[in-house]
Design a protein around this ligand. Structure first.
Ligand SMILES: Nc1nc2c(c(=O)[nH]1)N[C@H]1C(S)=C(S)[C@@H](COP(=O)(O)O)O[C@H]1N2
Ligand SMILES: [Mo]
Length: 304
């Protein structure tokens, strides 16, 4: 990981002064609230939250995909605890006005955290409902200034082999990488999440900061992000590289387009039990009213 240079701007440099000072005051208040106990620290419930019952803390933190820590669903919980997540910084570069290496703690002081209860649909045809804590990615991108030539946003996960036993196997071309079209990244449904159930993000879920794009298959929601790059051309994405016929760049949840090896028409909700009724998968995972317009005129079979 690149170390910050003296000349790099800090987050305070890219933040208008009054806003920065205000946020610091607010955070001091929030910290006092948090210290007063979880009930007092309830976060505002963000727009787009589903009314469906969230999965349990146990389901969400014990049944994971995070291949850097192993391929079995129980491996991330077992193996991710040794990951060092503090301090953490994020490089933001490419076609932005204020590129830099930003300390995550500073970035967080500046973003309005809220709770977003989202449906989450894995490409393996299981789903959960997860109460994330996070903020809209567009807030961060607007702060660093997206340049006119930018058309995509590329994301990269930390690669630290001595803390990640899974990367010894080349199941993917590490580091894990993902990408979005700029309008998808700027959509208010797209969040960077730093916690769940009002707790800091568990390591197996992508601490300290991960993407959540609720209308796309789960693999787009990249974990433990260390770099965000604005690009003119469509970026490399890990699963598309590993199996291009199975995983497209868009990967919008679509019950009408099967994976070459299984149907995507229905899903198993974790927590319903193995004999629970399968649920019909919804177009765009049920977020069509919000996002269908992003794909107007596009052939979603060709752009899977
Ligand atoms: N870095 C990284 N991010 C990742 C993955 C991964 O293996 N490595 N798995 C993806 C997949 S396939 C899914 S379904 C979700 C799972 O998120 P969860 O474990 O928090 O439910 O994370 C996604 N993000
Ligand atoms: Mo997934």
């Amino acid at each position: 990981m690149r170390h910050p240079r003296k000349t790099d701007p800090t987050w305070a440099d890219v933040t208008p002064k009054p806003l920065w000072l205000n946020r610091r005051a607010l955070i001091a208040g929030a910290a006092a609230l948090a210290a007063a106990g979880p009930a007092a620290a309830r976060l505002p419930k963000g727009r787009f939250s589903t009314d469906e019952a969230p999965n349990s803390w146990d389901d969400i933190t014990s049944y994971n995909n995070f291949y850097e820590f192993g391929l079995d669903k129980g491996d991330p919980k077992r193996n991710a605890q040794r990951l060092t997540t503090d301090p953490w910084s994020i490089v933001i570069d490419g076609l932005v006005d204020r590129p830099g290496t930003y300390d995550l703690a500073d970035v967080l002081k500046d973003q309005p955290l809220e709770e977003r209860i989202y449906r989450f649909r894995c490409v393996e045809a299981w789903s959960m409902v997860i109460p994330w804590v996070g903020f809209e990615l567009q807030g961060l991108l607007n702060r660093v200034g997206v340049q006119p030539g930018a058309k995509y946003v590329a994301f990269e996960t930390l690669l630290r082999p001595d803390e990640m036993p899974g990367v010894a196997r080349r199941v993917l071309d590490w580091p894990y990488r993902e990408g979005l079209r700029l309008d998808e990244a700027m959509h208010p449904l797209t969040i960077l999440a730093t916690g769940l159930y009002s707790e800091p993000m568990p390591k197996q879920n992508g601490a300290p900061i991960r993407l959540v794009v609720p209308w796309k298959y789960g693999f787009k929601s990249i974990k433990s992000i260390i770099r965000i790059t604005l690009t003119e051309t469509q970026p490399f994405t890990s699963w598309n590289d590993a199996a291009p016929r199975e995983y497209g760049f868009y990967s919008n949840v679509n019950p009408e387009v099967s994976h070459p090896r299984w149907s995507q028409a229905s899903e198993r909700r974790i927590g319903d039990g193995l004999f629970g009724r399968r649920r019909d998968t919804l177009m765009f995972n049920g977020y069509g009213d919000e996002v269908a317009g992003l794909y107007a005129g596009m052939d979603l079979r060709a752009n899977y």
